[in-house]
Design a protein around this ligand. Structure first.
Ligand code: SF4
Ligand code: SF4
Length: 484
């Protein structure tokens, strides 16, 4: 009989699984990747805070805000695009494109989304910049936290948290502006006349921004966000991840010691073991230990190391966006290879392009008139006293134009039908007319009657069609006429 063995020695006390947070004091750094991060931060925050104030003329009776989520009227406006609830499938397309873009970024440059564009990174970076501006750089901040609470220090703490709260409040305030006319809502908020949901939303977002960007910071990336786990499963050996190039030699040691080692004919690496790459890291990791879940691939350690390498007169990019494959190739004396075009990147690009083109085509060719039909469930049909058979339907009309239009209703596929629009006074043999108000959905009940003399099947297909009398635009929808 097999004896079950545990991989854990039950007699050993391994201590608690919880690891207390080690507070991180990232040092400021300058260089290529820091500049890219500043530029992207300015762009993202600029778009987020000011986009609600951009105007877009859609004609009379329509909102002129370029980006607006209009819940009361159940519309989403994005510049020239107007999405109705019936067209929510466009959001599915957008989600597919967003997911594939994230996968593509990962296949090309690892967690570049996390390092440069994720809101958590952008706002945390902004909060760090504020902290540095008020309290000083890494060493100063560390000393101040250990030091006494002087009036000046209290002033700094109050100033820092006040500015953080202001940024958080502004973030929440900008969010609600996407759900109403921004200039009007700003006035209402200032005069206390805005709806209570606006104040509640601002309060919630102020709290979450202040907490996540001011206090939780890297913990969100390391413990809360699922993307690092998914990203680790999706990556491959050709993705350009931030990598310490250990092919530049080992051991890592001081300049003086490296000189001594080399004089003795022993090996020494280019790394001078200065820990600058760790000091600037916003998640506090040492990238020289290899790829890690905590690395958001922001590239700041590259900038820090490049500065050090320049000072000591050694080639830069000891840390770089690279692959383990290339490190092994260099160690073997081969040239590095980069494979940006490979099966997965091409598949991602193809899916993004196909979904984008399909959405564009449907947007360009979509009708401003829509019609849906629902057959009565009970009774399915009614036999009238003269032997004729009547079916009832509910028609949903959708007029996406900002003008009144009159449409003619046709019923095709049935022998000699009589069509009666409930609420209309006359029963006509010709097509009845239905008026549709601007930008409106209208529900109309329609009765279709076939004479007793008609040869009727048990269930016959029927097509409802509408035609705009002015523009000639048409649309159809199909159902069945039940006779038995
Ligand atoms: S290891 Fe480098 S790239 Fe990764 S998070 Fe830290 S500083 Fe950014
Ligand atoms: S910054 Fe460069 S030289 Fe300094 S410890 Fe990091 S990898 Fe080594």
């Amino acid at each position: 009989m097999n004896k079950m063995t545990s991989p854990v020695d039950l007699d050993v006390d391994y201590g608690p699984l919880y690891a207390a947070r080690k507070k991180i004091y990232p040092q400021s750094v300058s260089g290529t990747f820091r500049n890219i991060k500043w530029a992207l931060m300015a762009f993202c925050l600029g778009v987020y805070y000011f986009l609600p104030f951009v105007r877009w003329d859609r004609g009379p009776n329509a909102p002129n805000q370029a980006v607006l989520i209009d819940f009361p009227h159940r519309r989403f406006y994005f510049f020239f695009i107007e999405i109705w609830p019936q067209e929510v499938y466009y959001f599915t397309g957008l989600l597919v494109i967003a997911a594939m873009t994230l996968f593509l970024m990962n296949a090309l440059g690892g967690r570049v989304w996390c390092g440069y564009l994720c809101p958590q990174t952008v706002w945390t970076d902004l909060f760090y910049a504020t902290e540095r501006w008020i309290e000083g750089d890494r060493r100063t901040r560390m000393m101040k936290e250990k030091g006494k609470l002087t009036p000046r220090r209290v002033g700094e703490i109050v100033a820092k948290h006040s500015i953080w709260l202001f940024i958080a409040w502004w973030t929440g305030g900008a969010w609600v502006l996407y759900f109403a006319d921004a200039p009007t809502l700003v006035k209402e908020l200032a005069t206390g006349e805005a709806p209570s949901i606006a104040y509640i939303s601002i309060a919630v977002l102020t709290f979450t921004t202040y907490t996540l960007a001011g206090h939780m910071r890297e913990q969100v990336c390391v413990y809360m966000c699922p993307w690092p786990r998914i990203q680790a499963a999706l990556t491959d050996e050709w993705a350009l991840n931030v990598t310490y190039r250990y092919d530049r030699g080992e051991p890592r040691t001081s300049i003086k010691k490296a000189v001594e080692l080399r004089a003795k004919g022993e090996a020494a690496g280019d790394c001078v073991d200065c820990y600058q790459c760790v000091a600037v890291c916003p998640t506090g990791i040492d990238i020289r230990d290899g790829a890690q879940l905590g690395c958001i691939m922001c590239g700041l350690c590259i900038d820090a190391c490049d500065t050090v390498m320049t000072k000591v007169g050694r080639p830069t990019r000891l840390i770089a966006y690279d692959t383990d494959v290339n490190i092994k190739r260099r160690l073997a004396g081969q040239n590095p290879v980069y494979r940006l075009f490979r099966a997965r990147t091409l598949v991602y690009v193809a899916i993004i392009a196909a979904t984008g083109l399909l959405m564009l085509y449907t947007l360009m060719t979509r009708s401003a008139l829509a019609l849906n039909v629902l057959h009565d469930r009970n009774p399915l049909f009614v036999t009238l006293s003269d032997g004729s058979i009547r079916n009832g339907y509910t028609l949903h009309f959708l007029n996406k134009l900002n003008s009144l239009r009159t449409v003619a209703l046709d019923v095709e596929g049935l022998p000699d039908p009589t069509v009666h629009v409930v609420g209309s006074d006359v029963i006509t043999v010709g097509p009845p007319l239905v008026a549709l108000a601007p930008d409106q959905t209208r529900e109309v009940r329609v009765l279709v009657t076939l004479p007793a003399s008609a040869k009727l099947g048990k269930s016959m297909p029927v097509v409802f069609g509408v035609r705009d009398l002015e523009t000639g635009e048409t649309t159809t929808t199909a159902d069945h006429f039940i006779a038995q």
